[in-house]
Design a protein around this ligand. Structure first.
Ligand code: NAD
Length: 291
């Protein structure tokens, strides 16, 4: 093996593999006359969200999933957004929905997310879904957490009894990751910006997952030789050439010299997260149609 690149976890390849599996599941539903579909809500006027929606459409349609986009005017009030959600909740043709942020000014995302039918909530943003996951019941879980678990599973990491560090405790990223690892009987250390002596704790762990949003946070001195490192961070920084780059939380090149396996940014957790959203869509379709 030559250098650190040998132990990279290729998120794009894992995502492509998952998309092939999902394409077959969509086709088998179609053979029973059942069309898989994803409905998305987009507030007009945000260029980033519009690009993300176009990508989502392309990714879905490639698998044979129909994509319906519902746009909301930038000046809409909360009642308008609620009405859109309630219409989709009530429509039996709709079995999967997602909502791009930002919402119109003054509309609180958490109140709207809680109104999404939990069975159709493919982003796992309704608190009922995370609650059901705590109790080990079937539920739709946030896609980033699913991606991290999928990457570890495909890497052959048996999580039972393994010491795992999760850096970051947000409701939508860090906490769901920690929860899924607990569900796999891992020994989980969930830490935040106030945790003391983080490198010392990290060096006792076989799996290190960073979801802090801090470039350069995880250095080789954090890493037990042979550990698996998953970088969830997405940070835009200005490089020495003056151009902006996307990096994660981990000093990838240096850490790769010590770690057994490491997921890069870009090309790691990101593409797998997109694939996991589509997996949630297919699963909600299978559930809705008794598949
Ligand atoms: P957040 O800001 O809501 O939460 C950050 C968490 O990290 C907090 O719990 C904070 O205490 C902790 N933290 C911050 N600095 C720390 C430090 N120095 N040491 C230890 N802990 C520290 O962020 P978020 O929404 O959870 O997102 C985290 C990162 O994940 C961001 O970079 C975001 O862009 C990225 N993200 C990636 C994906 C993906 O699919 N790859 C999806 C969502 C978010």
């Amino acid at each position: 093996m030559t250098g650190g690149m040998a132990n990279m976890i290729d998120g794009r390849a894992l995502a492509a593999e998952e998309r092939r599996v999902l394409g077959d599941r969509v086709a088998s539903l179609a053979a029973q006359g059942r069309q898989v579909r994803l409905d998305a809500i987009l507030t007009e006027g945000d260029a980033g969200a519009e690009i993300y929606a176009q990508r989502q459409r392309a990714g879905a349609e490639q698998l044979g999933i129909k994509f319906h986009l519902h746009t909301i005017p930038q000046d809409a009030d909360e009642a308008t957004v609620f009405a859109c959600i309630q219409g989709l909740n009530a429509d039996p043709q709709v079995h999967a929905m997602m909502m791009f942020l930002p919402l119109p000014e003054g509309v609180e995302p958490e109140r709207i997310q809680a109104a999404i039918d939990p069975h159709k909530d493919v982003e796992g943003v309704n608190p009922a879904n995370i609650g059901n996951a705590v109790f080990g019941r079937r539920s739709l879980v946030p896609c980033t957490a699913l991606a991290v678990r999928h990457m570890l599973e495909r890497r052959g990491v048996d999580l039972c009894g393994v010491r795992c560090l999760v850096v970051g405790q947000s409701n939508i990223v860090g906490k769901p990751i920690a929860l899924l690892l607990m569900r796999s009987e891992a020994t989980v250390f969930s830490v935040n910006r106030f945790t003391k002596d983080l490198p010392d704790l990290a060096r006792t762990c076989d799996v290190v997952i960073s979801a802090a949003g801090v470039p350069g946070l995880v250095t080789p001195e954090w890493i037990k030789p042979g550990a698996t490192v998953i970088d969830v961070g997405i940070n835009r920084i200005q490089g020495p050439d003056g151009k902006s780059h996307v990096v994660g939380d981990v000093e990838t090149t240096e850490v790769a010299e010590v770690a057994g396996a490491i997921s890069p940014v870009p090309g790691g957790v990101g593409p797998v997260t997109v694939a996991m959203l589509l997996r949630n869509v297919v699963e909600s379709a299978e559930q809705a149609t008794g598949g």
